[in-house]
Design a protein around this ligand. Structure first.
Ligand SMILES: Nc1ncnc2c1ncn2[C@@H]1O[C@H](COP(=O)(O)OP(=O)(O)O)[C@@H](O)[C@H]1O
Ligand SMILES: [Mg+2]
Length: 357
């Protein structure tokens, strides 16, 4: 199982950014760089492309963690599980530092949300040979080089998605929105003028206050367009993916949590993939982009108890899957903490102790 996303295909309009960032890391490693920009502006794709370009310099030692809003303790546990070091409270940080002192390594911390948790982590690991690339919709951290990320090609006014070039301005050059619009048009379920009319009629040009950087009307409206065409099993699977606190999930888990019988799962997922509403981060592992996730959570309800039970019992039966499902175990731990479920916490602890005493 690869633990780093593949080299992105179809990256457009990032020549200048990539060469600036490459030069920066090459001349200033170990570096700490934060790619900061709104939802769907292309930070994660840029981080993946940068890492692949720099891979030879790091001897192929690339690591990708989706950090989200995990706290410091969970973050160090995540790293310890990945690198097989001790989780013991007092020894965990020194053991991680030892790994990072040994060889140069490029560590991507994707989707940073909690400034104090990331600050504590970077501080605990500072002075090692690790270069950190952080992606963040906003970032209040000192001691880090900030690179603003804007939608590709917006400055040259060129269109990165030729098929929906006419929607570029209306979707404000946002590559995520353009990618979904492009998939919708490619599916032949809507033409460019029809989609344009839908967006205009549903208020895309209105100025309003948004909730945060992942609240993007451009994408939410496209999700709304798709929602009315999706059948119930696809909608339920989209809802499950939106509310999962862990990272990517396989079809069996998504289907089970959505109450979709095995025979209908492939088709239900295919309907979502057709409009590019889901991302297949790793073969057979699905996730939603944070912006799509936010749009979907507004239409659906999650069931954190069901997710807890599903993943904890799955891992109790197949502990070897902890490598791939670890973020769901951390989510389970988090949920048990928040709901003061002591019995649940003990089950999670027992599972973790099996892989890393
Ligand atoms: N430079 C680019 N060229 C083409 N498509 C892009 C580019 N950047 C982003 N995209 C598209 O937009 C989507 C969202 O990009 P992503 O990097 O995940 O955004 P962010 O991490 O900033 O939220 C990608 O899945 C891809 O489809
Ligand atoms: Mg991202």
């Amino acid at each position: 199982m690869r633990l780093f996303p593949p080299r992105p295909r179809g990256l457009k309009g990032r020549t200048a950014e990539l060469s600036t960032l490459t030069r920066t890391v090459e001349s200033a490693a170990p570096a700490r760089i934060a790619l900061v920009g709104g939802g769907g502006s292309g930070k994660s794709m840029l981080a993946a492309a940068l890492a692949h370009r720099l891979s030879p310099k790091f001897g192929g030692r690339l690591d990708w963690f989706r950090v989200g809003a995990w706290d410091f303790r969970t973050l160090v546990e995540m790293l310890a599980l990945r690198w097989g070091t001790t989780r013991e409270r007092r020894a965990v940080v020194p053991a991680l530092r030892e790994v990072l002192d040994r060889e140069e390594r490029l560590v991507v911390l994707d989707n940073h949300e909690d400034d104090s948790a990331t600050a504590a982590l970077l501080d605990a690991l500072s002075g090692t040979r690790a270069t950190f690339v952080i992606t963040a919709r906003r970032c209040l951290l000192s001691g880090v080089l900030l690179f603003p990320v804007t939608a590709p090609l917006v400055t040259s006014q060129a269109a990165a998605f030729p098929r929906v070039a006419a929607l570029t301005r209306r979707l404000r050059w946002n590559p995520l929105a353009l990618d979904v619009a492009d998939a919708i048009v490619a599916s032949r379920d809507a033409t460019v003028p029809a989609l344009d009319r839908y967006l205009a009629e549903h208020g895309i040009d209105e100025v309003r206050v948004i909730d945060h950087e992942d609240d993007l009307p451009e994408v939410a409206l496209l999700v709304g367009w798709a929602w009315s065409r999706l059948r119930a099993p696809s909608r339920r699977m989209l809802g499950v993916l939106a509310h999962l606190e862990g990272d990517h999930a396989d079809l069996a888990s998504v289907g089970a949590l959505a109450g979709v019988p095995p025979a209908g799962r492939e088709a239900a997922m295919r309907a979502l993939a057709r409009y590019h509403l889901v991302q297949e981060t790793w073969p057979g592992r699905f996730t939603l982009h944070a912006v799509v996730r936010y749009a979907v959570t507004k239409r659906t309800r999650g069931d954190a108890d069901a997710a807890f039970e599903h993943y904890v019992s799955l891992l109790e039966a197949a502990p070897e899957r902890l490598v791939t499902e670890q973020t769901h175990l951390f989510a389970a731990m988090d949920h048990a903490h928040r709901s003061s479920n002591l019995a649940g916490l003990l089950r999670v602890e027992r599972l973790l102790a099996q892989v890393a005493p």
